[in-house]
Design a protein around this ligand. Structure first.
Ligand code: IPE
Ligand code: IPE
Ligand code: MG
Length: 229
């Protein structure tokens, strides 16, 4: 695969944990635990392939509507995953970024996230951008408010972008969604303007390097025209 046919930024909507668990007569949280293992595998695989940025949709602004028990379980799992990730990041030069709103995330999670981001800030390997309490409409409104507060008088697409959560994050060339759903669910609405989409019926806990290879192979066959000919 040539460098050009390899995306620089892959964004993944990690969906299907609940259905994976239900098919096994397990509680939903067991699906999320299996999903956390798929996260580790996917980070390893992306790192190995030389991908620069990997955005992972971990928790949406709409996911607060789930039962408290599931949300608490997800936050615990996130905390455990962050601890492991920070250890791995030190060894493997991984950087952590986070996209999303801070409120109403639990303060303990925010502290842990801030520490992981600070500890890995100078790392030069794969950047994992965790979309946590993320909503694309919220990101666009956040940017508009920040631009207004900064005294911007007339916005352009380029100037608005300076107020996104990570102005330096390139738009994803490839967006993957697992579990057979074919929608964005408030993910990267702006940045997806010219992204290629890859949908697979594989449930997130079953995602692995082979599945990533399939997505990359599909991407390599696409012709990106950006409105040209
Ligand atoms: C994705 O799996 C994980 C999160 C949204 C946190 P789901 O929990 O949405 O799994 P399904 O869609 O119910 O199968
Ligand atoms: C999208 O999945 C959010 C994440 C993967 C974190 P959902 O399961 O929340 O999306 P919908 O409700 O099916 O659109
Ligand atoms: Mg879902």
């Amino acid at each position: 695969m040539t460098t050009d046919s390899l995306p620089r930024h892959i964004a993944i909507i990690m969906d299907g944990n609940g259905r994976w668990a239900r098919a096994r007569h397990l509680p939903r949280l067991a699906g999320h635990q299996a999903g956390a293992k798929a996260v580790e595998r996917t980070i390893q695989a992306a790192q190995k392939k030389g991908i620069a940025f990997l955005t992972l949709y971990a928790f949406s602004t709409e996911n607060w509507s789930r039962p408290k028990e599931e949300i608490d379980g997800l936050m615990n799992l996130l905390s455990q995953t962050l601890t492991k990730y920070t250890r791995q990041a030190a060894k493997e030069n991984l950087r952590l970024w986070v996209s999303g709103e801070r409120e109403p995330l639990p303060p303990a999670i925010l502290t842990q996230v801030d520490e992981a981001v600070a500890q890995t800030a100078t790392h030069t390997g794969l950047t994992v951008n965790l979309a946590l309490n993320y909503g694309a409409q919220q990101e666009i409104v956040h940017a508009a408010n920040a631009a207004y507060a900064a005294g911007e008088k007339k916005l352009t697409p380029e100037t608005l972008r300076n107020y996104f959560y990570h102005p330096d994050l390139p738009d994803p060339e490839l967006i993957i969604r697992t579990s057979g759903e074919e929608r964005l669910s408030n993910f990267l609405l702006w940045q997806a303007a010219y992204s290629e989409f890859y949908f697979t019926s594989v449930l997130w806990p079953d995602f692995n390097e082979t599945e990533l290879d399939k997505a990359l192979a599909a991407y390599a066959t696409r012709t990106r025209r950006f409105g040209g000919i």
